[in-house]
Design a protein around this ligand. Structure first.
Ligand SMILES: [Zn+2]
Length: 437
């Protein structure tokens, strides 16, 4: 389908900075083919009027666990260890693949509604999040969560499953893969070395949690006398492209390693604050030229997958933590949520900016909302004023997925019904039968 987006305020990159300019955008098939001029012979099948609207590159959520939305608001205000090991993991073990599919569908629904067109996911049920991605029309980089030791049968089985899943979805252009070793504390170094070997063999990157909590650092120092980043450097993790989630507890030397080795860092400010893990040293990471991306983490630890809300948190959190109102600007946050995210996911030439030759992954915001008036400094407005509800139209891979807030690929009612059913089955609140608020 050919789509013409007419006379719209668009967030584009110009001489290294992001500016908002009036543009007319032509989309042919899955691609942006015209921006300042209309390609010869272009006849639109559909025209989208740009008046009082803002066009942004589709947002890139660089770290989440989409299937976990079933656990939203279930285990709040707990310490990181109590949250993960005592509350989430025992119930998580009882989720079936079908449950994970509906959880992922709920997350995708929320992401599309708030302008996200691409996400990096770490999951536990092969083919299920991937199936939800394929059906919904969103773009994703999928990583099957891996954990275990080198001799451990389950670790080897999980690695094989990850490779099988890659094979199963080889033909879907919107889906790519990474390997997802969960973290240095849940994967033995020998197992990580195996994963690194397989990543190299299959030419994919690695998505991993690194240096998230203080306990993780203390345990690693006690057991191995180094930081998680130093251990990863030693075993060769950074020889391949790495998307490292969190990186909250970093030493100066850790940051130097990440910068030198070109590691992308997916920061998750809300999850880090909610679980009491603190504030990543984002201003210093940016100073060192580290590619900082923005993620929400899963709905059990945020508790939203709304990247506009996450931009707001990111634009405020590091000013507060450093007591410096000039640290981490709205423009830097916008870059983290778009261009940097795409780069971190290995999709820098595919998505993340509005450019001729890139895939048409675009979100349109309605500026006829009180929080968006006056129409001024709209990059700032995205971080400081918007809340995500302004997103009215979303295009992914050239296909309109949401139009005037109506979702065209997901049956919302069906998703809500099935989420309720899963809660009933698990015996947790939030179900269709036992309504407890
Ligand atoms: Zn995570």
């Amino acid at each position: 389908m050919n789509i013409l987006i007419k006379d719209i305020a668009a967030a584009v990159w110009k001489d290294g900075s992001c500016v908002v300019e009036k543009k007319t955008i032509c989309i042919q098939g899955d691609m942006i083919t015209g921006m300042d001029s209309i390609p010869e012979g272009f006849v639109p099948d559909k025209v989208i009027e740009g008046k009082d609207r803002l066009l942004i590159p589709g947002l890139v959520n660089s770290h989440t666990h989409a299937y976990m939305s079933v656990f939203r608001n279930l285990a709040d205000d707990l310490s990181f260890d109590d949250w993960l090991f005592k509350s989430i993991m025992p119930i998580e073990d009882r989720l079936t693949g079908e449950d994970a599919y509906w959880g992922a569908s709920l997350s995708i629904l929320e992401m599309i509604r708030t302008g996200t067109t691409c996400f990096a996911d770490m999951h536990m049920h092969i083919n299920e999040t991937t199936r939800a991605v394929e059906e919904s029309g969103i773009r994703a980089v999928i990583a099957r969560g891996l954990s275990g030791g080198s001799e451990d049968e389950s670790g080897i089985r999980r690695l094989k499953e990850a490779i099988d899943e890659m094979e199963n979805y080889r033909d879907c252009a919107r889906i790519s893969f990474m390997f997802g070793p969960h973290a240095p504390y849940s994967c033995a170094p020998e197992y990580l070395e195996q994963v690194i070997g397989k990543a190299r063999e299959n030419n994919v990157g690695i998505h991993i949690h690194l240096s998230e909590s203080e306990n993780e650092i203390h345990n690693m120092q006690r057991e191995r006398g180094c930081t998680p980043i130093e251990l990863m450097e030693r075993i060769g993790l950074f020889d391949i492209p790495v998307l490292a989630a969190h990186c909250v507890q970093l030493t100066d030397s850790d940051m130097d390693i990440l910068a030198r080795r070109g590691v992308s860092v997916a920061i998750n400010p809300k999850s880090n604050m909610k679980l009491g893990n603190g504030f990543a040293r984002v201003p210093e990471m940016l100073e060192r030229g580290i590619n900082v991306c923005l993620g929400t983490d899963g709905a059990a630890s945020n508790n939203a997958l709304n990247l506009v809300g996450e931009m707001n948190a990111a634009a405020l959190a590091y000013k507060g933590s450093t007591r410096n109102a000039q640290s981490v600007s709205a423009a830097q946050v916008f870059a983290a949520a778009t261009r940097n995210g795409a780069k971190g996911l290995g999709l820098g030439s595919v998505t993340g900016t509005i450019e001729v030759g890139k895939k048409a992954d675009l979100s349109i915001l309605d500026l006829n909302n009180p929080q968006m008036r006056p129409k001024r400094n709209l990059i700032s407005a995205l971080s400081y004023s918007a809340n995500g509800s302004e997103v009215d139209t979303v295009i992914i891979n050239g296909r309109i997925i949401m139009e005037n807030r109506e979702l065209l690929t997901i049956d919302e009612e069906q998703v809500y019904y099935n989420i309720g059913k899963i809660c009933d089955k698990l015996g947790i609140t939030g179900g269709n039968e036992n309504e407890q608020y």
